[in-house]
Each structure stands twice: as structure tokens, then as C-alpha cells.
Design a protein around this ligand. Structure first.
Ligand code: 13P
Length: 244
């Protein structure tokens, strides 16, 4: 485990209605004083209600994206300041689903990150290769290129977390080998502008494989999709991280 803060982050993606806030409440009850950071990133519609539901608990709430501008004529978009105002402390940026579905470039991600930092949010910047890029031997080139171009100047361990999420491992039940995760996380550690930046792994993290993943050097936590929707599953992952 590197000398960086441990963080278990849940990305609910486009899942969750008000009734699902009970999962956040259950998590808050189960972890009154955890040995790692715990973050839930629900859809934007739930941020305010979730922040209220977990007020004065150890659970932090975050957004899944923000616009690069503070305000203006951008129908359907949400600014970083709005996320912070709703109770978010973090925001995920550059998730591969946004890079693919919304053609977000690393330059776009850097502009959003600048806005997020200005609003006082901690950014979770996602990087990761596709299967074709891995097969072509380009994994480190792709990941380090995304890292270089997605981080604004003045990114520090206090305002930035990196999440390595191989695209082919997201929602597929396939996870990279220990060596594959290790190779990328070691390279990220050498490339981040602040050595104390937390490096999360994401992609099919489950209760059954979490401990093994957290035992890998330079893995400081996880960005969890499907298994973060239920307090029981996410709780088991958090427990594994606490023990790592
Ligand atoms: P899964 O954990 O569902 O594979 O999703 C990972 C992810 O994309 C988190 O951002």
C-alpha cells in the first residue's frame, strides 16, 4: 500500500431512485468510523438527497461529471459549483463511458477538472485502455497519455485521485491479472505530479476479488460500479480495503 489515502468510491452510473438512498444510510450505519475514505457518486438527481441522508456520517457524496463552465446556456449540463452546492465533495471525470458516449477528450477532462478544483471539489480522473489497445501493446502509452493530458496544472494529492479502469474490465466480470494491474499502477505512480496521489483500480471489483486487488502495490482503493449499488456488497469491499 502506497503512502496515499485509501478510498473506496462507488459509481452508481445511471442507476438509483430515491428509494435506493436506504443503501447509503445502511452503509453509513455499518461504517461509523472507517479506516478509509468512503464515497458514493449517485446520479445528479440524487446528490442533494443523498448528501442530506448521510449528513454527519463518514460517507462522502460525489458527482459523475461536470461542465467546464461555471454557468450559462448549456441545457442539460451541470456545473462543478452546482455539484458542490448540492453537497458533493468529489466528481468523477473522464470515465470511459463519457469518453466513448460523449466524445470527451483528455483536453475536455482537464478543462472540467480545472472548474471542479475552482469549486473546491476533489476530482477522480479516469484513465484506461480498450482491449484493442492492450492487444496492440499500447496500454502504457494510452494510460500515461490520458494522465498527462487530463490533469490540469496544480493537480495535487489534495485535489486529485486517479482511477485506472481498463475499458474491457468494466461491467464484464473480467479482471486483469495481478501483474497487469501492477504494471499500470507502478507506471502511474512514477508519472503522477504528486507521489501521494491516491491510485484506484476499477473494473469488475467485487467482494470476492477485492482483497486480492488491494494487496497489489500502488493500489490505494477502488472505483466500483455494479457492486457499489448494494450496501452489503460495497460494505464487503470497504472491509477488504480497511484490512489492506
Ligand atoms: P463495474 O464495477 O460495474 O465493472 O464498473 C466499474 C466502473 O466503471 C466504475 O467507474
Amino acid at each position: 500500500m502506497a503512502n496515499a489515502c485509501k478510498l473506496a468510491a462507488g459509481n452508481w452510473k445511471m442507476n438509483g431512485l430515491r428509494a435506493d438512498l436506504l443503501e447509503a444510510r445502511a452503509l453509513a450505519r455499518a461504517f461509523p468510523s472507517p479506516d478509509c475514505g468512503i464515497l458514493l457518486c449517485p446520479p445528479a438527481t440524487l446528490i442533494s438527497a443523498m448528501a442530506e441522508a448521510v449528513r454527519n456520517t463518514a460517507i462522502m457524496v460525489g458527482g459523475q461529471d461536470c461542465h467546464a463552465r461555471e454557468n450559462g446556456a448549456h441545457t442539460g449540463d451541470i456545473s462543478a459549483q452546482m455539484l458542490a452546492d448540492a453537497g458533493a465533495r468529489h466528481v468523477i471525470l473522464g470515465h470511459s463511458e463519457r469518453r466513448a458516449d460523449h466524445a470527451e477528450s483528455s483536453g475536455d477532462v482537464a478543462a472540467k477538472a480545472l472548474a471542479a478544483h475552482a469549486a473546491g471539489l476533489v476530482t477522480i480522473i479516469c484513465v484506461g485502455e480498450t482491449e484493442a489497445e492492450r492487444d496492440a501493446g499500447k496500454t502504457l502509452d494510452v494510460v500515461l497519455g490520458q494522465l498527462r493530458n487530463s490533469l490540469p496544472e496544480k493537480s495535487t494529492a489534495a485535489n486529485t485521485v486517479i482511477a485506472y479502469e481498463p475499458v474491457w474490465a468494466i461491467g464484464t466480470g473480467r479482471t486483469p491479472t495481478r501483474e497487469q494491474i501492477s504494471e499500470v499502477h507502478d507506471a502511474l505512480r512514477g508519472a503522477v505530479p504528486d507521489a501521494a496521489m491516491s491510485l484506484l483500480y476499477g473494473g469488475s471489483v467485487k467482494p470476492g476479488n477485492a482483497a486480492e486487488i488491494f494487496a497489489i502495490g500502488n493500489v490505494d482503493g477502488a472505483l466500483v460500479g455494479g457492486a457499489s449499488l448494494k450496501a452489503e456488497d460495497f460494505g464487503a469491499i470497504i472491509t477488504a480495503l480497511e484490512a489492506a
